[in-house]
Write a protein of this length. Structure first.
Length: 279
């Protein structure tokens, strides 16, 4: 019964507005407290922003950079609130993490023209394996009476081959998007949803920094695919529905065109019937 309840709860969360995930998740946990741990580990929540005062930069909070009640900054590698025994990546991974944050900071600026990004890496038990998460958040400023937010969470697992010349990458990406408009001409409209996709790929590794380029390529391709799918599902479908219930052409003109079409079809049918050989 618990497994069925969890499936129903997750199915319900996928259909509720992304901007209300936290309140809806809290309500579900109140209804079924025994699903608390499963729901918290299975439901992606909108990313929150914190500021690293030591370097004056913002970073994103998630379970992957949390230890207890403290969160690690990708810029200074320090926890806030401070803690002495917090987990940090190895020296090799920390160097990759610094390069990854610099690379995705440029990627975010080029594609989103603002927002916040963070990259976190950690070691796995298997030799030559590590994992990481790439986080990107862009919130609309509400100008022109349009609000919205894009949250993307890309979790990647990397397994270096025994030869050391290639690696296997497994990327799981989740994007949460919502838009809200409130204009006198169009009224209030809410659009929102989330998509999760997964891809696996092998790529050559010439040096340690090659991992950042390979992961970046996967993330870029995945975000472009998800962005196109969201555009087709939400905006394209909404446009089709609006066009189906409202026409810019007056009804009398449509009826006149339909009568003319039927008359032409009837005349052509009579002409073909009276002269089947076309003579």
């Amino acid at each position: 019964m618990t497994e069925q309840q969890l499936d129903c709860a997750l199915d319900l969360m996928r259909r509720l507005p992304p901007q209300q995930i936290e309140s809806n998740l809290s309500d579900l946990i109140d209804l079924v407290p025994r699903l608390c741990e499963d729901l918290l580990s299975s439901v992606d929540q909108p990313l929150k922003v914190a500021r690293d005062r030591s370097v004056g930069k913002d970073y994103l909070l998630c379970d992957y950079n949390r230890d207890g009640d403290s969160y690690r900054s990708p810029w200074s590698n320090v926890y806030d609130p401070p803690m002495e025994d917090g987990g940090v990546p190895s020296e090799r991974l920390r160097k990759l993490e610094i390069d990854g944050n610099a690379a995705f900071d440029l990627y975010r600026e080029m594609y989103f023209e603002g927002g916040v990004s963070s990259v976190y890496l950690w070691d796995l038990d298997q030799h030559g394996a590590f994992a990481g998460v790439i986080l990107i958040k862009k919130a609309g400023d509400g100008s022109q009476k349009i609000k919205g937010c894009w949250d993307s969470i890309h979790v990647v697992e990397v397994l270096e081959k025994s030869t050391g010349r290639s690696a296997h990458y497994k990327l799981t990406s989740t994007v949460m998007l919502w838009l809200q408009t409130d204009k006198a001409t169009s009224g209030t409209m809410n659009l929102g949803g989330s998509l999760t996709r997964q891809v696996e790929s092998d790529a050559a590794v010439a040096e340690s920094g090659s991992h950042i380029a390979n992961i970046g390529r996967l993330v870029e391709e995945m975000e472009n695919k998800i962005r196109g799918t969201l555009n087709e599902i939400y905006f394209g479908k909404t446009r089709d529905i609006v066009n189906g219930v409202r026409s810019v052409q007056p009804l009398p003109d449509q009826q006149q065109q339909l009568r003319l079409k039927n008359e032409l079809a009837s005349a052509l049918s009579r002409r073909t019937g009276s002269n089947p050989l076309g003579k």
